[in-house]
Ligand binder design. Structure first.
Ligand code: AMP
Length: 220
């Protein structure tokens, strides 16, 4: 299955993609995780990306597209994937269509995850991430068993720099101006379905996602 999860920062794309990978075995591809990994390793790509991530700005399209094109060469991808955080601009969406058609692949579902803006802000400020395995927690509705420690691997939890208030404002503005137009680009795709997860915990959101995937398949 090939899926795209789409939504504002904090909508739950990462959490739901990780659940899909864990429970159904669909490969989770997060361009944000790729950049954070490269930054942690101190690579050239990491150095280039770091300034954009810390400010909440998008990494330039050519850099992102090169990474995605390389990923698509990996044989693991032919079995399916869930894209989290890509595409984020209309140029990326167009390039993705081209890459898919070169491979003869189609997308089975584009899931637009909606969450009301107050809840987005609160989810972002209470999000904590494991430095070692990338697991995502929420201090309010999904706290770790031991404060500051990952349940899964014992790694240290931290707050992403781009989840600080100033960067969040920039990211939401970037979403409105550069990423939201991608929805218009997708609007003629019959695979596009919307779920509203305002007030839902991860489990309830996952159930909605699964139901939506069934609807999307039914239309295909
Ligand atoms: P995320 O983890 O998806 O919230 O992404 C974190 C940050 O990584 C974003 O704010 C951007 O700086 C960068 N990033 C991730 N995906 C993309 C993308 N598709 N295009 C441009 N920048 C991206």
């Amino acid at each position: 299955m090939r899926l795209i999860l789409f939504g504002e920062p904090g909508a739950g794309k990462g959490t739901l993609s990780a659940m899909l990978q864990h429970r159904v075995g669909i490969k989770h591809v997060s361009t944000g995780d790729i950049f954070r990994r490269e930054i942690a390793r101190g690579t050239e790509l990491g150095k280039l990306a770091s300034g954009y991530l810390s400010k909440g700005l998008l990494v330039p399209d050519d850099v992102v597209l090169k990474i995605v094109a390389e990923l698509f060469q990996d044989s693991e991808f032919s079995k399916g994937f869930v894209l989290d955080g890509f595409p984020r601009t209309v140029a990326q969406a167009e390039a993705l269509d081209k890459l898919l058609s070169e491979k003869g692949w189609t997308i089975d579902g584009i899931i637009r995850i909606k969450v009301d803006s107050e809840e987005l802000a609160s989810r972002l400020s209470s999000r904590r991430v494991c430095r070692s395995c990338g697991a995502i927690y929420n201090l309010v509705n999904f706290p770790p068993k031991v404060k500051g420690v990952c349940d899964k691997c014992g790694g240290q939890l931290y707050q992403r720099e781009d989840d600080y208030e100033d960067a969040v404002k920039v990211r939401l503005h970037v979403y409105d101006t550069q990423t939201a137009p991608v929805l218009d680009y997708f609007k003629n795709h019959k695979e596009l379905v919307e779920i509203d997860t305002t007030g839902d915990d991860a489990e309830a959101s996952y159930v909605k996602l699964f139901t939506a995937l069934g609807e999307s398949k039914g239309r295909g």
